[in-house]
Design a protein around this ligand. Structure first.
Ligand code: 0O2
Length: 201
């Protein structure tokens, strides 16, 4: 895939991502009433780089073409939503699902069923309608919803272990799994201190 092909290809995915960011920002401000806090701490987004698209296609044993990227990759546009509480994640997912012009392509709840290594997050791939002069087409955007503690763990694990070769892999993986379990406990403790149980001074 040439640089030019990549830039033309990526544009509608970037547009879909922008549409979704706008929707998430609206939910950030109005999902709960004034008295309660906002559900979202911060939102990050990224477009998959050309080299990363090519690498992922090669791993799937597909030729690195634009056609294959469109057919086999659904995480070209990615949005990460960092929330305060687990409940916020489920409320946001419900609200997104009620937006009838979005289509749910795939979802995976790694919160109720964490990965064996301790990874937790809610993944949902939605088809976002993008309108252009030729009409409308859905483009997939992968949304990862996490609490701050899930994000802390996943970001560190991504940095030091995920897809890495290390001699101490097994030992480190066991230690990280233990930390993931500690974080679940801390998260639950924080839930007990949430707004429902507090009055603003
Ligand atoms: P990167 O480097 O973040 O881009 P897919 O791989 O998307 O075709 P799959 O296997 O269903 O299909 O994806 P999954 O398991 O839902 O994971 C998608 C993304 O979630 C990963 O993207 C990671 O960003 C994140 N993720 C999943 N499992 C883990 C984990 O164990 N640790 C961490 N830190 N992140 C995880 P990529 O493309 O694999 O990686």
């Amino acid at each position: 895939m040439t640089n030019e092909e990549y830039h033309t290809f990526i544009q509608p995915y970037a547009d879909a991502s922008e549409v979704l960011l706008a929707r998430l920002n609206v939910l950030k401000h109005n999902l709960y009433g004034e008295a309660s806090g906002e559900p979202i701490h911060n939102i990050q987004n990224r477009m998959k780089k050309k080299e990363s698209i090519e690498g992922k296609l090669r791993k799937k044993e597909k030729e690195a073409t634009i056609m294959n990227a469109k057919d086999y990759l659904q995480d070209i546009a990615g949005v990460r939503v960092i929330c305060y509480f687990v409940e916020d994640i489920y409320n946001l997912v419900d609200s997104l699902k009620r937006q009838t012009d979005l289509i749910v392509i795939r979802e995976c709840d790694y919160i109720s069923k964490p990965k064996p290594n301790g990874y937790r997050s809610y993944h949902i791939i939605v088809g976002v309608p993008v309108y252009c002069i030729d009409g409308m087409e859905y483009f997939p955007v992968e949304i990862q919803l996490r609490t701050m503690s899930m994000d802390f763990w996943a970001s560190m694990e991504h940095r030091i272990l995920y897809k890495m070769e290390r001699d101490d892999r097994e030992k480190l993986a066991a230690e990280l799994k233990e930390y993931a379990e500690h974080l679940v406990k801390i998260e639950r403790r924080f839930e007990q201190f949430s707004v429902g149980n507090a009055v603003k001074l």
